[in-house]
Design a protein around this ligand. Structure first.
Ligand SMILES: [Zn+2]
Length: 91
């Protein structure tokens, strides 16, 4: 009996769950985001309130297609490398 550590299994499950959530967050492809960015301002509707989304769906990063809990988290996200990279590649 070599025996697998039972804790390892739990770790793997948690990890894949997180990964699953992330892929759900970033489901929209670059093309859809790019299309959205091409629209003039008056065609972009105000963000609808959505209880299922973090921060009622009011704090949204268009470039990364992500919702945030509050304005501070969103502003923090704007400063991240990941966001800037996306911002530059979509600009
Ligand atoms: Zn972003």
């Amino acid at each position: 009996m070599g025996g697998k550590c039972p804790h390892r299994k739990v770790k793997t499950r948690r990890y894949s769950h997180k990964k699953f959530r992330r892929s759900k967050f970033e489901a929209k492809g670059d093309d859809a985001v790019y299309e959205q960015l091409q629209k003039p301002d008056d065609q972009i509707k105000p963000l609808p309130l959505d209880e299922d989304l973090p921060g009622m769906g009011q704090y949204y990063c268009l470039h990364c297609d992500r919702y945030f809990q509050n304005v501070a988290v969103r502003d923090d996200h704007f400063k991240t490398k990941k966001h800037r990279k996306r911002y530059v590649s979509l600009a």
